[in-house]
Design a protein around this ligand. Structure first.
Ligand SMILES: [Zn+2]
Length: 188
């Protein structure tokens, strides 16, 4: 049970992959709580069954939700040759901008899988923010921002810790080291 209410102004929710439930379920709940969130649809799945339609993405944007890129086809950006990586970053953004009619400047990295080359490619392509899956608190001014996943099978205590942004010291150190090492050329 969550005994201490988290500060909603310190929590930012995001939804990856562009599932139809983003609009069918999440949107009305967010609006009901007076919250906004960021959505990162895969541009290659727009209008596919089970995924958001272009019209639904417009609805999300019109409701004040952020729209960002998660790439075209949910590929591991670390493993893509330079040209294909560029294509994932630039085409997905162009397709989303064409749908929602506003600039797309943020990206959520598929699988949270990045290295220094991926981050450089994101910056070169003009992105201003990249979300990973490194867990824990984010620095709202940073280019690379960690996120924590929420799963249906989580225990209440883990969820409460997550809402408070608390990571145990050992895990926090491991995360900081991991985020640094992932950006060192040649290590991954
Ligand atoms: Zn994803």
């Amino acid at each position: 049970m969550i005994t201490e209410a988290p500060r909603p102004d310190l929590i930012r929710l995001s939804f990856d992959d562009g599932n139809a439930s983003d609009c069918d379920i999440a949107l009305s709940r967010l609006l009901g709580q007076g919250m906004t969130a960021d959505f990162f649809p895969l541009s290659g799945r727009i209008d596919h069954e089970g995924s958001l339609t272009a019209e639904q993405i417009q609805t999300l944007a019109a409701a004040g939700m952020g729209i960002g890129s998660h790439g075209v086809a949910h590929r591991d950006w670390r493993r893509l040759p330079r040209q294909e990586l560029r294509e994932e970053l630039i085409r997905s953004r162009a397709e989303l901008e064409a749908v929602c009619g506003m600039p797309v400047t943020e990206a959520a990295i598929p699988f949270g899988s990045y290295n220094g080359r991926v981050l450089r490619a994101l910056r070169r392509a003009g992105y201003r923010v990249a979300y990973s899956s490194d867990r824990g608190r984010m620095n709202p001014g940073a280019f690379l921002r960690p996120r924590s996943s929420v799963r249906g099978d989580m225990q209440d205590k883990d969820f409460a810790d997550l809402l408070r942004g608390e990571l145990r010291l050992a895990r926090r150190l491991r995360r900081g080291l991991g985020m640094t090492l992932r950006q060192v050329p040649g290590l991954r």
